[in-house]
Design a protein around this ligand. Structure first.
Ligand code: GAR
Length: 202
């Protein structure tokens, strides 16, 4: 299945998806970044995957940026859009255009800790557990139906950095797994609040 991956930074999730692509029947048609310095662009290049940057400063609204993004993506006619550390909020225009075709990975146990700085917020709230969520993207930020979560214990010695490292490690196995469900046609978004795996509500 053809996919486009959107990134903003290091791209370690992109790397895990690249490394698993054959096994999960995924063909990455293009990697698109909103940040020309994203290390993920170098990862794409090293794997001979086409990539490009769309510079937000060249657009005077979020909508015009997303219109350009849609145009770029449509050159590849992908069936799936994978957000892998993409740190821009998508407009309703974009989300409705690709409804049911956008997956995101978020470093918290949603609905807890949507948004940024999740690891520090977990420490500040003295949480005992933390983790990662893969979810379908709908219009409300980090609120689309959760497909899969994985939990880690927060130890008394943890800080934001150690949590980020632990969470990233599990991200690298959970995301390819969920993407594979999607490429196998087992995973579907039914509406704004529900997703199904093998025909059963998740
Ligand atoms: C990952 O932890 C991912 O869950 C998070 O950014 C990191 C990207 O790392 N995404 C978000 O916070 C999205 N709201 P990576 O660039 O090494 O894959």
């Amino acid at each position: 299945m053809k996919a486009v991956v959107l990134i903003s930074g290091n791209g370690s999730n992109l790397q895990s998806i690249i490394d698993n692509a054959d096994r999960i029947d995924l063909q990455i048609s293009c990697v698109i970044s909103n940040n020309k310095n994203a290390f993920g662009l170098k990862r794409a290049e090293s794997s001979q995957i086409r990539s490009c940057t769309i510079d937000p400063e060249k657009f005077n609204s979020k909508e015009s940026f997303d219109e350009e993004l849609i145009q770029k993506i449509n050159q590849f006619n992908p069936e799936l859009i994978i957000l892998a550390g993409y740190m821009r909020i998508l407009t309703p225009l974009f989300v409705s255009y690709y409804f049911g075709k956008i997956l995101n990975i978020h470093p918290s146990l949603l609905p807890k800790f949507p948004g940024l700085n999740t690891h520090q917020r977990v420490i500040d709230a003295s949480e005992k557990i933390h983790g990662v969520s893969v979810h379908f993207v709908t219009e409300e930020l980090d609120c689309g139906p959760v497909v899969k979560q994985e939990i880690i214990d927060v130890e008394s010695t943890d800080n934001a950095q150690s949590l980020a490292a632990k969470v990233l490690e599990i991200e690298h196995t959970i995301y390819p797994k969920v993407i594979h469900w999607y490429t196998q046609g087992r995973l579907k978004l039914t509406n704004n609040t529900n997703a199904k795996l093998d025909g059963k509500l998740i």
